[in-house]
Design a protein around this ligand. Structure first.
Ligand code: ADP
Ligand code: GLC
Length: 527
């Protein structure tokens, strides 16, 4: 069955199952959303989850800052309100439109002094954090709260505000000061990014003084925006069941494990979904050649195009390993770099697409210079090339040290590109190892290894190379992965059920926190 048709049926059933339950009004706040602006998976989720929730007949509206790129990509926008907010010299404008290709209403917060600049949403064109990020996202949070409390002249009050990552962490905190506030949910997409700022910035934000305390926003002599979400929200979610458990441990908790353990009864892991309208090889317009499980041989045209793009010899028989991602320690790229001498002894080519830390960019460039016929590197952010890399590679490398959910492994399953992943977070929840019993039962979808050590990764790579040469087994592995269904319908229903559950709980206005203990240095706790 065509996957669009399948998704439609699942959605229709989910909608019917909801019967005549009342429609909820939800405000979904985030700092990036595809196709408006994207630096990583948060944008993929924020661009597709609201649409899936809207399909479940809920009234969900998206709100994010009006960065110039987002405005440019948003299509027709209308000025619907101007409000005065602490922290902004000039009135803040609210622009209204639709998230492209959806029925989801969109609000863009237009505060030119903070958001109208060249560069990324969080960093300068040179890749440094904007020095006024605290003020920028505090202003955004105040704007979200004004909309949430129906104080922005929009004649609409949500029942619930769904916040995402540290950039929206102050929203649950600020709303806790309001009587008759909407319920709040805070989703952790990545606990390693916390929005930490010094005392001077805290003072400048004019927040309640007693929020500089362990029980509220203070974290090792800094103000922590993410703690706003973790301490004050009515419910916390994160993006996979395994990560929901991991973040309550010292290894993954980034110093916040005590707080998360304390709130464990209100912490749920919900696996992200995939927008198969964007990520399906059968109808991907960004590919030179589309293909399905029945026409897998057409995948080879994408392989040849990928080899051509990266200047590698166009050989169909050599295994092509690909990696796309932010070049940061989390993603375990250094494990691959450590193995390069070993990998070059094997019949394989490697392609990398990413931007990030200078040391990793330099190491990749150097590897490419030294082995131009074996290693292809593009230090770039390129959406179209990311699709080609998913389609043209034979194996997708994702050896993350930790991975709250991860989307690239889900895309690679659908693109018949079995992933190699570490047994952590959403990777553990989505990839089934190609061990003997799983292969025998036709349930295997990729290669899973345990510890973030080069030797363990190498063993997984060797297992993949071995199976790659057994074409019948390989095809079975590819087709099993393609059949896996990670569409949003199931997760979106879970979110809607959770919204209903949260709305039934009485709302508190006091923080739910034991502080963070033990007080260890954040740098020690970071993985
Ligand atoms: P994270 O959010 O931690 O970066 P995910 O796997 O959840 O990781 O999502 C990453 C998303 O960003 C995917 O859609 C991936 O294709 C995209 N992406 C990351 N780096 C690049 C890049 N250099 N060029 C194009 N897309 C990229
Ligand atoms: C974060 C995580 C990633 C997750 C994404 C979307 O950036 O690093 O694992 O898939 O958010 O939730």
């Amino acid at each position: 069955m065509d996957s669009l048709c399948f998704e439609y049926i699942v959605l229709t059933q989910a909608t019917l199952n909801r019967g005549n339950l009342p429609v909820m009004d939800i405000l979904f706040a985030c700092s990036e959303a595809h196709p408006l602006i994207k630096t990583g998976g948060l944008a993929d989720v924020s661009g597709s989850l609201p649409r899936a929730i809207k399909n479940l007949k809920q009234e969900i509206r998206l709100i994010l800052p009006a960065y110039p790129v987002a405005r440019g990509n948003a299509g027709i926008l209308r000025l619907v309100s101007e409000i005065s907010l602490p922290g902004s010299q000039r009135p803040v404008r609210i622009l209204h439109g639709r998230l492209p290709h959806t029925r989801v209403q969109l609000y863009l917060i237009d505060a030119p002094e903070y958001f109208d600049r060249a560069g990324g949403p969080y960093s300068t064109p040179a890749g440094k954090d904007w020095p006024d990020n605290a003020a920028r996202f505090a202003l955004f949070a105040r704007a979200v709260c004004a909309v949430a409390m129906n104080q922005a002249g929009l004649d609409w009050k949500p029942d619930l505000v769904h916040c995402n990552d540290w950039q929206t962490g102050l929203v649950p905190a600020l709303l806790s000061l309001q009587a008759k506030r909407p319920a709040t949910i805070f989703t952790i997409h990545n606990l390693a990014y916390q929005g930490l700022f010094g005392w001077d910035q805290f003072k400048a934000l004019q927040l309640p003084h007693d929020w500089w305390s362990l029980d509220t926003l203070e974290f090792h002599d800094k103000i922590s925006f993410i703690k706003g979400g973790l301490v004050f929200s009515d419910w916390i979610t994160t993006v996979s069941p395994t990560y929901a458990k991991e973040i309550r441990t010292t290894e993954f908790g980034c110093g916040l494990e005590g707080l998360l353990e304390h709130r464990k009864d209100r912490l749920t892991g919900i696996l992200n979904g995939v927008d198969y309208q964007v990520w399906s090889p059968g109808r991907d317009r960004l590919l030179p050649q589309t293909y399905t499980a029945r026409t897998l041989e057409s995948k080879l045209k994408n392989k040849a195009a990928l080899q051509g793009t990266f200047g590698l010899p166009a050989k169909a028989e050599i295994a092509l390993f690909g990696h796309v991602g932010r070049l940061v320690e989390q993603k375990g790229l250094d494990l691959i770099l450590d193995l390069l001498p070993e990998l070059l002894k094997r019949p394989m080519q490697l392609v990398f697409l990413g931007t990030g830390e200078a040391r990793l960019e330099q190491a990749l460039r150097k590897a490419h210079r030294q082995h131009q016929d074996r290693i292809g590197v593009q230090i770039d952010y390129d959406e179209k090339l990311a699709h080609l890399l998913e389609a043209g590679s034979d194996v997708f490398l994702m050896p993350s040290r930790f991975e709250p959910c991860g989307l690239n492994q889900l895309y690679s399953l659908r693109y018949a590109t079995p992933p190699i992943v570490r047994n952590t977070g959403g990777l553990a929840d989505s990839v089934i190892d190609a061990n003997g019993p799983n292969l025998y039962q036709h349930t295997a979808t990729g290669f899973v290894f345990e510890q973030a050590r080069p030797r363990q990764l190498l063993r997984a790579i060797d297992r993949a190379l071995n199976l790659f040469n057994r074409q019948d087994v390989w095809k079975d592995l590819q087709q099993t992965g393609m059949r896996e269904d990670f569409s949003w319908s199931r997760s979106a229903s879970t979110y809607v059920d959770l919204y209903e559950q949260v709305l039934k709980h009485p709302r508190t206005t006091t923080p739910d926190s034991p502080g963070t203990s033990p007080r260890q240095k954040l740098s020690e706790a970071l993985i």
